[in-house]
Ligand binder design. Structure first.
Ligand code: NAD
Length: 504
């Protein structure tokens, strides 16, 4: 790879997205290069980034190789001693500046996110604020990695536990939250004193590179944060093999999570995995129907359904079943499908064709097996990555959609009779990321909050994520936590020290 005076490729078509990209590059954001060892580098080979709404090519980025990744690992290794030696408040100051630069450039970043990921611009703006929040939060939390003093079990000794940075971290990030999934990992790692290497999803590298550009401007030293785009297997292989990578954080599918966990076994890395979800959403007879429908809309259709927290199985008790289905269908009928940059849009394209195909397969399978489908064809002449928001009622456990995550704007509603029955059904799945309960009965809410098998539970709310909460799943939904003090601990080692013979 040659050192590059940053040159974005001449963009093929002119639309709002490409115009903004051109503006960004004029302002010295980088499109076309990767950040390795403090330099923006570009290889002969390039990857094309497309607008998922229409397939238009919007930019090219450098395609990094395994050799580039090895170089990045060595650069991170060189940067570690100085970065860990800074005071937590000094690292925090850089993280805070990075967050404020993100907010200062929020509109450009949001347009980049929408252009490559497809989500409605209003949601992209929210993601920038959400993502910057992790940097701010970890800037402060890094100063609170206290450790502890343990009352001694030995005469004349003092027992201490310290938290120390684990070493170089690697992050493999997804395309559904291309900004926030980077800052949630990088914020924690950097605050803990660890350099981090980010491999973003090939579908959404532009937001990652823009973030890296802002991090540089905030004063993150050479080698401490690096972003490399390319073939996922080629780039992750050196990360897995190299023992200097001590922590690996991944967000994405359970299948890939399993591969990365296996690949980390040889070098015994500390692995945290945020994988798929299949959230049950329970609506009881006693509930305020309007609030339950509002909650279901938010929990199902945010990020056009491409969200691991999405309500994938909406169980509704028999007494309110028909009324819920009617009100839910009416609300779904109001959604507008379109390009994410159109301010009217609620549901954008699926980022990947495979996700749109999976949605259609789930609908076909459910209808074939007796589900009723409600959908207004709002997608019209839009491209094949668009999926009209669809309500499937009378869904049963024999249908694929009741067993597998859909990751799109398809809502499956299943009737149930009793609390005991629905708890068994909600827990009968290997995923355990999130769950939702809508009930006005306090005793029931308390009982179920104990019984539902998941890492995060919303009781009468569909909105609960943010920097202070431990984000993560049970069972095959993942390992470890992100955000919160638990998220910081993923990048730290505990050291127990026994000071003996104090009596002298
Ligand atoms: P994926 O798991 O393939 O991609 C996620 C990340 O892993 C990307 O950076 C990708 O480049 C990388 N990756 C893919 N294969 C890899 C490999 N063999 N080695 C190393 N890295 C690899 O996800 P996907 O196929 O894009 O989406 C499929 C499904 O995954 C979705 O339908 C959804 O169910 C789930 N998903 C979940 C989340 C989440 O937030 N938990 C995010 C994205 C996707």
């Amino acid at each position: 790879m040659a050192l590059l005076p940053v040159r974005p490729r001449k963009l093929p078509s002119v639309g709002p997205a490409t115009q903004y990209l051109q503006n960004l590059s004029r302002r010295d954001f980088t499109v076309g290069a990767a950040l390795v060892d403090g330099c923006w580098v570009s290889g002969e080979q390039k990857d094309t980034v497309v607008d998922p709404a229409n397939g238009d090519e919007i930019a090219e980025v450098a395609h990094c190789s395994a050799a580039d990744m090895n170089r990045a690992i060595s650069a991170a290794d060189r940067s570690f001693p100085a970065w860990r030696a800074l005071l937590p408040s000094q690292r925090g100051a850089i993280l805070r500046l990075w967050a404020s630069l993100m907010l200062a450039h929020a509109e450009e970043l949001a347009i980049l996110v929408t252009s490559e990921q497809g989500k409605p611009l209003a949601e992209a703006r929210q993601e920038i604020i959400y993502g910057a929040g992790f940097l701010d939060w970890f800037a402060a939390e890094g100063e609170r990695a206290y450790g502890e003093t343990i009352p001694s079990h030995k005469i004349g000794s003092l027992l201490q536990v310290r938290m120390q940075p684990i070493g170089i971290a690697a992050a493999v990030t997804p395309w559904n939250f291309p900004v926030a999934m980077i800052t949630r990992k990088a914020g924690a790692a950097l605050a803990a004193g660890c350099p981090i290497i980010v491999k973003p999803a090939p579908e959404t590298p532009l937001s990652a590179l823009a973030l890296a550009r802002l991090a540089e401007e905030a004063g993150i030293p050479r080698g401490v944060l690096q972003v490399l785009v390319g073939n996922p297997v080629e780039l992750s292989t050196p990360l897995l093999r190299d023992a200097r990578i001590r922590a690996l954080s991944f967000t994405g599918s359970t299948e890939v999570g399993r591969l990365l966990l296996e690949g980390s076994a040889d070098t015994i890395k500390k692995v945290s995995l945020e994988l798929g979800g299949h959230a049950p959403f329970l609506v009881f007879d006693d509930v305020d129907l309007r609030k339950a429908v509002e909650g279901a809309m938010a929990a199902k259709f945010a990020t056009s359904g491409q969200d691991c927290l999405a309500a994938n199985r909406i169980y509704v008790q028999s007494g309110v079943y028909n009324a819920f289905v009617a009100a839910f269908a009416e609300a779904i009928g109001q959604l507008k499908v379109g390009h994410g940059l159109d301010p009217e849009t609620d549901i954008g394209p699926m980022t990947k064709a495979s996700v749109a195909n999976k949605c259609r397969a789930h609908i076909d399978d459910a209808v074939k097996k007796g589900a009723k489908a409600f959908s207004i064809d709002q997608k019209g002449s839009l491209g094949s990555n668009f999926v009209s928001p669809t309500l499937l009622s009378d869904v049963t456990e024999e249908m694929v959609i009741a067993r597998e995550e859909t990751f799109g704007p398809v809502a499956a509603v299943l009737p149930f009779s009793s609390e005991e029955e629905v708890v068994v059904r909600a827990n009968a799945n290997e995923m355990g990321l999130a769950g939702y309960i809508y009930t006005d009965n306090l005793r029931r809410a308390l009982r179920l909050s104990e019984q539902i098998e998941c890492g995060m539970l919303g009781v009468n709310t569909a909105s609960f994520t943010g920097p202070p909460i431990p984000f993560g799943g049970w069972k095959q939904s993942g390992l470890g936590r992100e955000g919160s003090r638990y998220g910081l601990a993923e990048y730290m080692e505990l050291k127990y020290i026994c000071f003996g013979d104090l009596a002298g």
